[in-house]
Design a protein around this ligand. Structure first.
Ligand code: ZN
Length: 203
């Protein structure tokens, strides 16, 4: 399996100033032509995130990093119908009120059988967590992991954040505010950016 690293530099207004690493490969893998680097630069990061609650949580994490000037780290899933992918997201402070978001692919495994392909639909009755990918069938169902859902994965979903992820994200924010040190994903002197030679260009 190929391990990926994807970067984005975001300012305090959530504008995408720079993206790098294997960004385009990551976007295409997730079938998002409109998310290719050339199409997202200088747009708002938040405009590419589905679901009000997800947007609020991500903007809250960025604000926390800017305020505390310490890195924050959370794990999340970004699956395709055939492949489960576990990522680690590190948001770390940079100078000039910017943050670097680093997505590291940590693990991947196949779903067998593959899940049904899903689409966002504001009217859908089934829910999918934006962070762990778990699914809740109907309003009052239990959250089910995609590793267990098999052929029951819905084809239309509303994105929201499951209770487990909401707690985990709140805890990550609290730990940063309480002064816990998280090692940055990239050393400050090696932070890639528009002014520097990037790792993907030098390969
Ligand atoms: Zn979740």
């Amino acid at each position: 399996m190929k391990f990926q690293q994807v970067y984005a530099v975001v300012d305090s207004e959530y504008r995408l100033l720079w993206v790098g690493g294997e960004w385009d490969e990551f976007a295409l893998q997730n079938a998002a032509q409109q998310a290719l680097a050339n199409n997202v630069l200088s747009t708002s990061l938040l405009s590419h995130i589905a679901g009000d609650e997800t947007r609020d949580l991500i903007s809250g994490m960025i604000e926390t990093v800017l305020r505390a000037k310490r890195p924050l780290r959370v794990s999340y899933r970004c699956d395709s119908p055939s492949l489960a992918r576990a990522y680690l997201l590190t948001i770390q402070p940079m100078k000039d009120d910017r943050v670097l978001m680093v997505h590291d692919l940590k693990d991947a495994w196949h779903f067998s059988p593959p899940l049904n392909l899903w689409h966002y639909d504001a009217q859908a009755r089934d829910h999918k967590c934006s962070f762990c990918g778990n699914v809740r069938l109907g309003e009052n169902g239990e959250w089910i992991s995609c590793d267990d859902i098999g052929e029951r994965h819905p084809t239309h979903v509303v994105y929201e954040v499951c209770t487990g992820c909401r707690d985990a994200l709140a805890e990550a924010v609290e730990r940063v505010l309480a002064g816990e040190e998280v090692a940055p994903a990239v050393e400050e002197s090696r932070i890639p950016g528009p002014d520097r030679q990037t790792s993907d260009q030098s390969e």
